[in-house]
Design a protein around this ligand. Structure first.
Ligand code: SF4
Length: 321
């Protein structure tokens, strides 16, 4: 049962622990994330390890228009503030989100210059760094640990699945053990973190996906971000999908929301859900086509569904937290 009749342990009556609530709990007010592209690329694409990187990847599909490494970090943040102020309510504080590619793929001096430039911008109260679990050398972790002591620092790790067979199939270039080790290293260094997962990866069954959820919920993570598999123009997966679309079982929107109910019910109640689905610009998205519905509308629909069924995040969680 919820902690009180109307309020759950995360502090409100919504049926899941939203990222908005997580930020509110931490900062006491709304803080806007602003994506920046530091132009750091990705070791998985540039070292010829497994030429081409992850099969589903096309970073251009989720970089906002103002984000380009040809602009300084400061310029991108300033344009990001204007971009968001024109669309939403203006925030007073911001988090610089180093989102594109692998944002620990550089020496400490270069990373320090980039992150410090962001932190010196007016209104920026911290940084979020997206990276791979296998790109956290000790020197970088030491620097991040020092940074975490003087500002808000959060690391987002691309885990995608707990199944090594899937990780191989999508050419991730690391296994589940690497993610477990990265979580341990970062948490030991005092750094909060979240995992990124994809639902509907090739040949994964709903049971396998629920196993991934249990695995993630058993790790010392603070947030979870997940989305449906999307076939993006320019990604290697697009070619396979175009040849044999019948080999892919992409989620329709209704099926996806239905699938998410037990996922959320089994998630630890203290793990904030940062996102439940992805939105890609129509020029990149080949499938699945969910129409023009926006992410926030899908979240509202999902919340209504949970409320109508009198269920909530963590209802089936049996562990400690
Ligand atoms: S998804 Fe991330 S790790 Fe994979 S190729 Fe793209 S940028 Fe690199």
């Amino acid at each position: 049962m919820p902690a009180t009749e109307n309020v759950h342990v995360w502090g409100d009556a919504r049926p899941l622990y939203t990222y908005t609530r997580y930020i509110q709990n931490h900062f006491g007010e709304r803080v806007q994330k602003l994506a920046v592209d530091a132009g750091l690329s990705c070791p998985h694409r540039t070292q010829g390890r497994l030429a081409g990187g992850c099969t589903y990847c096309n970073n251009n599909a989720f970089n906002p228009s103002y984000c380009t490494p040809s602009k300084t970090i400061r310029q991108q943040l300033q344009e990001g503030i204007t971009f968001h102020a024109n669309r939403y309510r203006r925030a007073n504080r911001y988090l610089a989100y180093f989102q594109a590619y692998t944002n620990t793929y550089a020496g400490v001096d270069k990373l320090r210059a980039l992150f410090e430039e962001a932190l010196q911008c007016d209104g920026v109260s911290g940084i979020i760094i997206a990276t791979r679990p296998d790109c956290l050398p000790e020197s970088v972790v030491n620097y991040l640990s020092e940074l975490a002591q003087r500002t808000y620092l959060f690391v987002e790790l691309g885990a995608e699945s707990s199944h090594d067979i899937t990780l191989e199939r999508i050419r991730r270039g690391h296994n589940a053990r690497s993610t477990e080790e990265a979580v341990h290293v970062l948490r030991s260094a005092g750094i909060p973190l979240g995992l990124h997962l994809i639902w509907g990866l090739p040949d994964e069954t709903p049971e396998m996906m629920l196993q991934t959820l249990h695995w993630a919920a058993g790790l010392d993570i603070q947030t979870l971000k997940f989305h449906q598999l999307q076939i993006l123009r320019g990604a290697d997966l697009a070619e396979a999908w175009q040849h044999t679309p019948e080999a892919f079982q992409l989620f329709g929107l209704d099926d996806y929301l239905e699938f998410l109910v037990p996922i959320v019910e089994h998630l630890r109640p203290d793990v904030a859900i940062e996102r439940i689905c992805a939105e890609a610009p129509p020029k990149y998205l080949l499938a699945p086509n969910w129409g023009l519905i926006r992410n926030d509308e899908i979240l509202r629909r999902f919340e209504k569904m949970l409320l109508a069924r009198n269920t909530w995040q963590g209802r089936c969680w049996r562990g400690e937290f």
